[in-house]
Design a protein around this ligand. Sequence first.
Ligand code: ADP
Length: 347
Amino acid sequence: MNADRVRARSLVAQLRDLRTVACALPDALVLLDRDGRMRWCNPAAGRLLGIAWPRDRGLAVAGRFGDGEAGTWLRQGRDDADDVASPVDAAVRLQPSLIPYGDHRRLLIARDISRVTRLEQVRRDSAALLSREFLTPLTVIHGYLELLDPGDVPGLAPVLNEMRTQSQRMRQIVEDLLELSRLEMQQHLSEEHLEMAPLLDSLRREAEALSQGRHRVRLEDDARADLLGSPKDLHSAFSNLVSNAVRYTPEGGAITIRWRRVPGGAEYSVTDTGYGIPAEHLSRLTERFYRVSSSRSRATGGTGLGLSIVKHVLNLHGAQLRIESEPGNGSTFTCVFDDARLLPLDA
Ligand code: ADP
């Protein structure tokens, strides 16, 4: 009897500790029953979600959130979301997630990510602003350099040629940054019919032109489907992968461009027999300016922004980028599209 009382006391103390910790958390915690009604919440839930315990005990939470982003997300029943507006104040940005526990109960956690979102916005705005500011002076300098004929001043010819190369490189970086900013700010996609056969043909020709006979280029097209999306952006993404394959494959290698159906969708892929990429770099390749080897990237005219552009274009189309690579043997970059993006061709 005594031992039971001691155990009960210790359990109560542990529960009290747990609740104290939950109350001290800066994230909103809300316990929901099987009908989505609130059983308990911590004080942060008041600040971030506008619900309080014990006042709102038994409240249908999705109803209280209304038609805003948070309410819509909760009604959809998805596990998590990257960024939704707080139902209390739209300027407060939240990252919510739903974790099932017990008998059909769920724990709603919402983290305040307003600061991170603001910093990200500042980063985006300054990258776009700086690129625009740089573009005009660079275009002027590049234009004048093009007018100067190295033949007129043979002593300066190597210097002039180097200046041209470098100014072209800077212009390419600025143009890629502007392209990325445009993609990041783009909310809506132009939903056009993109005919794959002529696009694949032109990608093959681009590969051959870049390779100048140094690689074998092959095209396999058996998807019998076109794509729905932004032709300009998809062309830019697909051609970035082709250009990388040529640039990171030594002379004598092979490059294969493929467009094929897979269960649930279709895949566009570019396979090369080039240098390959060590596994530890794969997860970071789509970060801005991330390069496995800076010298090799620069030597082949890279800006370090190509794969970020590819990733953004694919995100806008609800598609995924898959990267497989083996150092010394080559790489395959695959863009995976859902059925919803496909326009099948009649037999
Ligand atoms: P870059 O302009 O430097 O090529 P990307 O964003 O297109 O920038 O690619 C990032 C890095 O990924 C490259 O610097 C290179 O190290 C690596 N990479 C991309 N494609 C390939 C490939 N086909 N084979 C080997 N490495 C690649």
